[in-house]
Design a protein around this ligand. Structure first.
Ligand SMILES: Nc1nc2c(c(=O)[nH]1)N[C@H]1C(S)=C(S)[C@@H](COP(=O)(O)OP(=O)(O)OC[C@H]3O[C@@H](n4cnc5c(=O)[nH]c(N)nc54)[C@H](O)[C@@H]3O)O[C@H]1N2
Ligand SMILES: Nc1nc2c(c(=O)[nH]1)N[C@H]1C(S)=C(S)[C@@H](COP(=O)(O)OP(=O)(O)OC[C@H]3O[C@@H](n4cnc5c(=O)[nH]c(N)nc54)[C@H](O)[C@@H]3O)O[C@H]1N2
Ligand code: SF4
Ligand SMILES: [Mo]
Length: 768
């Protein structure tokens, strides 16, 4: 077949149609309106002060800001910050939670708050405790905080755990893991367990390094980007600028996503006010909509096309990779029929995608949660890497593989050793520092932590940020599990659902902390592009408040637990000394030793790959065969529905709306998908009509752990058999399957029954 990859091929059925309320592009003037509203409002001066502060953006891992000015990226381009940054800052510069708020509101009342309402309470500004048997949080002295915390940390090490979210600094992350490991505990659960852990596992196995191998500089030289399972138009808006520039220089963008996200089709970027903002820039050259969870099949299809047409880079493969023959063999023996029936994308479309990749010289493959939050998430990652290698797109400038990471410092947490899969090199340096071996007991990752707590195996939990309760599947289980823990200590900037629902058996303490732009000392963070940012000292707007810096709290606690072992913890309150420790113990961070003097932000050494030499024992990329998933959905009866129920079982993708940051909701509507509020399900019109449902009808959505009522059906450009809803609310109804190598839940393929409430019987829903 003679395929000429033409740009802008529209999706064919069964991809679904956008509803009438969907705008015809992402971004656009409303972004500027948002900016104007906020920067000209009474909070404006505070907002500007923060925007101009020399620190990295709080929001996503793309990592804007830092020493060269908050609007500057790592290659020195001064672009505007995206409005997500403003959204995140606005939430942090809120007034404090009212002084007597906790006295006046019982925990029962607090549990009725929505995520948005909890966030709008304002900034936490003094420590509080909920004691067993008490109905209210009450203020607590710092002395008592430390007394309770120290007693809690004296429990057996394997019964002490931490959970962290990726907004805190490298310095805080380093201290957390040092304190835990000095105790003899490896229970360092982290939000990345729910997020990019499959990328870490997959990249490590193939290349011996676990983060993106592409720098921003290199991305700028690509002539094709394959963007898989990422809605960058919502979650990494500045990546959109790179795609716009790539299209402008004649490059191609291949998007793979079951939902036709309007911002990935066309995006109006404020960074290009004249040519893009109003009219929008074309993003996707080709948009494929596979069945959720089927990306491996699609990539094996692309590989098959390249193999069949003799287009694989055989010399490159022989010289620089291992096991490539097995990947080629798999592509050969897997039939087109198997491939297309698994992924629901036609052979012609797959071949078009393959030729688009082949006809490009330098291809970057980027991916996010659509790939990792799957039962075969690690295979998904392998299949992308295999495609990159077969097409010769690794080991040169302008090409490679790039997980598009989550939180603004989630990657830094991993680098600092906050992980249950500690790198051998760090294990050694930690053992040197501690003067003894680390515990060999396998630590609990996030899901394992919940399971362990659910079976009464945890006494003490410290949460450095995040919302462990709301981020997990099966909220009933999460609540129960946390209620088995004697002491839970939350370090947080703002109240969230977890503080009111994730309650300990004896004592739940909330410690109010300073955020990144308020700390009295310098800190650092690491972007998804492996770039280390230095954040300047700052001040909080909260006057007369009793907040603490994370570093201060952790060092004070560690000092009380460990004395001066293995370091003088209090001396580390001058964070320069933590950076020196990091430079000595964490590979690639050598430049950290002098960053206080040089102010030189840097790319971590050994991460970016521009030559075909890898950090594996053989120096070659070690390719792994990817079995195709068998994707079935249960029958309606499995959900306890009677045979006559007019319901449909769909593969539900759970993720982010336009205006939320993870479990924190900023606005209820998602205007780019035309979803007016949180309790909506985005469905394919033909699916809905096949069981007599109509747009705007209210339905019940039932998973294997519960159901949500009164959910509004919204038609959207989502492929047949699939649907989309928002977390954290939807986490109430399902207990996700777990990817075994990474521990990551399959949040993006949740079988649910959608039915009209009046006509269903209720029986047990177990065994799905
Ligand atoms: N503003 C904002 N920015 C954020 C965040 C936020 O909540 N708000 N969160 C941060 C964090 S922690 C993370 S991890 C990232 C998340 O960033 P993303 O990964 O972009 O976010 P999601 O909404 O979880 O899902 C992304 C896309 O996956 C698609 N998808 C679902 N299933 C599949 C599938 O089977 N295959 C394919 N190919 N695609 C699929 C969905 O349709 C959706 O478009 O963003 C970070 N940045
Ligand atoms: N169904 C479903 N579930 C999911 C996902 C999904 O796509 N679908 N995505 C998963 C993913 S990718 C992730 S990363 C997790 C997110 O899980 P988490 O990281 O646990 O949750 P967040 O909502 O990001 O945490 C927000 C809270 O962090 C606190 N915070 C903010 N800044 C700071 C700070 O500087 N210091 C401290 N100490 N606290 C701070 C605030 O109190 C805020 O309320 O959710 C996961 N859960
Ligand atoms: S792209 Fe991410 S890091 Fe950059 S300004 Fe926007 S939210 Fe911040
Ligand atoms: Mo994430």
């Amino acid at each position: 077949m003679d395929v000429n990859p033409t740009p802008d091929i529209q999706p064919t059925a069964p991809g679904g149609q956008q509803n009438d309320n969907t705008p015809d592009m992402g971004g656009g003037l409303s972004v500027i309106q948002y900016w104007a509203e906020h920067t000209l409002s009474p909070e404006g001066p505070k907002l500007w002060k923060t925007l101009l502060h020399k620190s990295a953006c709080l929001s996503c891992s793309w990592g804007t800001g830092g020493q060269k000015g908050s609007f500057t990226n790592e290659v020195g381009e001064s672009l505007q910050r995206c409005m997500k940054s403003v959204e995140a800052i606005s939430a942090e510069i809120q007034p404090p939670v009212a002084a007597h708020f906790f006295e006046r509101h019982s925990i029962e009342q607090l549990q009725r708050l929505t995520s948005l309402e909890a966030d709008r309470l304002g900034r936490l500004s003094f420590p509080v405790i909920l004691r067993a048997g008490s109905s209210h949080y009450e203020r607590i002295s710092w002395d008592e905080v430390y007394q309770i915390a120290v007693a809690a940390f004296r429990k057996p090490a394997e019964r002490v755990a931490s959970y962290s979210s990726g907004r805190s600094s490298n310095e805080a992350a380093f201290l957390l893991q040092l304190m835990m490991r000095a105790l003899g505990s490896n229970n360092l659960a982290d939000c990345s367990d729910l997020c990019h852990a499959p990328s870490t596992v997959g990249l490590k196995q193939v290349f011996g390094t676990s983060t993106s191998i592409v720098s921003l500089e290199s991305l700028k030289k690509a002539d094709c980007v394959v963007l898989v399972g990422s809605n960058a138009s919502y979650n990494h808006p500045r990546l959109m600028n790179e795609l716009i520039k790539l299209r402008d220089r004649g490059g191609k963008v291949l998007v793979i996503n079951p939902v036709r996200e309007i911002g990935l089709v066309k995006f109006g970027s404020p960074a290009f006010p004249v040519k893009s903002l109003l009219s929008g820039s074309e993003i996707s050259s080709l948009y494929l909509q596979p069945i959720p969870g089927s990306d491996v099949a699609l990539f094996v299809g692309i590989q098959k096309c390249l193999v069949e047409r003799g287009l694989i880079q055989q010399e490159f493969l022989s010289a620089y990779t291992e096991n490539w023959e097995a990947i080629v063999e798999q592509a050969k023996v897997t039939s087109w029929e198997t491939i297309t029936s698994t992924c629901g994308v036609s052979q012609e479309e797959i071949e078009t995608a393959a030729m688009l990749i082949h006809s490009s010289q330098r291809v970057v493959f980027g991916w996010a949660m659509g790939i990792t939050q799957q039962q075969n998430g690690v295979d998904n990652v392998f299949s992308i890497i295999n495609t990159a290698l077969l097409s010769g797109n690794v080991g040169k400038e302008g090409a490679g593989v790039m997980p598009v990471r989550g939180h603004s410092n989630v990657q830094g947490f991993g680098s600092m050793g906050v992980t249950v899969h500690l790198k051998q090199e760090i294990q050694k340096t930690m053992e040197n520092l501690l003067g003894r071996s680390l515990s060999r007991v396998q630590g609990y990752d996030t899901r394992a932590l919940i399971e362990a707590a659910d079976t009464n195996q945890i006494d003490t939990l410290l949460c450095l940020g995040g919302n462990l309760y709301g981020a997990n599947p099966d909220l009933t289980q999460a609540k129960r599990a946390l209620s088995n823990i004697e002491t839970v200590i939350y370090l947080a900037t703002k109240p969230n659902l977890g503080h009111f629902n994730g309650l300990a058996r004896h004592n739940t303490i909330i410690i109010p902390v300073l955020n990144r732009f308020e700390n009295p000392h310098k800190t650092t963070v690491e972007s998804g592009n492996n770039f280390v940012r230095l954040n300047d000292e700052g001040q909080t707007h909260l006057k007369n408040a009793d907040l603490i810096a994370e570093v201060t709290f952790l060092t004070e606690l560690a000092h009380r637990i460990h004395g001066d072992y293995p370091v003088n913890w209090r001396k580390l309150q001058d964070t320069k000394y933590i950076r020196q420790l990091i430079a000595q113990t964490i590979p690639g961070f050598e430049k950290m030793a002098s960053i206080d003097e040089t102010k030189e932000e840097f790319t971590i050494s050994g991460r970016i790959v521009t030559e075909p030499k890898f950090s594996t024992p053989s120096g070659k990329a070690s390719m792994v065969v990817t079995p195709l998933p068998t994707l079935t959905l249960p029958e309606p009866e499995a959900f306890g529905a009677s045979e006559s129920t007019p319901g449909i079982v769909v593969a539900l993708m759970t993720g982010r709306s336009y205006s939320q940051h993870n479990t924190v909701v900023y606005k209820i509507e998602d205007k780019y998908r035309g979803m007016p509020h949180r309790n909506c399900i985005l469905m394919n019109q033909a699916d809905a009509e096949s069981v007599g449902l109509q747009e705007h009808q209210r339905v019940t959505v039932r998973g294997n752990a519960g159901q949500l009522e009164n959910v509004e059906v919204i038609y959207g450009a989502v492929r047949r058999g699939a649907a989309l809803m928002f977390y954290p609310e939807v986490n109430a109804i399902f207990n996700a399957r777990i990817e075994t190598r990474s521990g990551t839940p399959a949040f993006k393929r949740v079988p649910v029954l959608v039915y009209s409430a009046s006509t269903v019987t209720t029986e047990a829903t177990s065994g799905l």
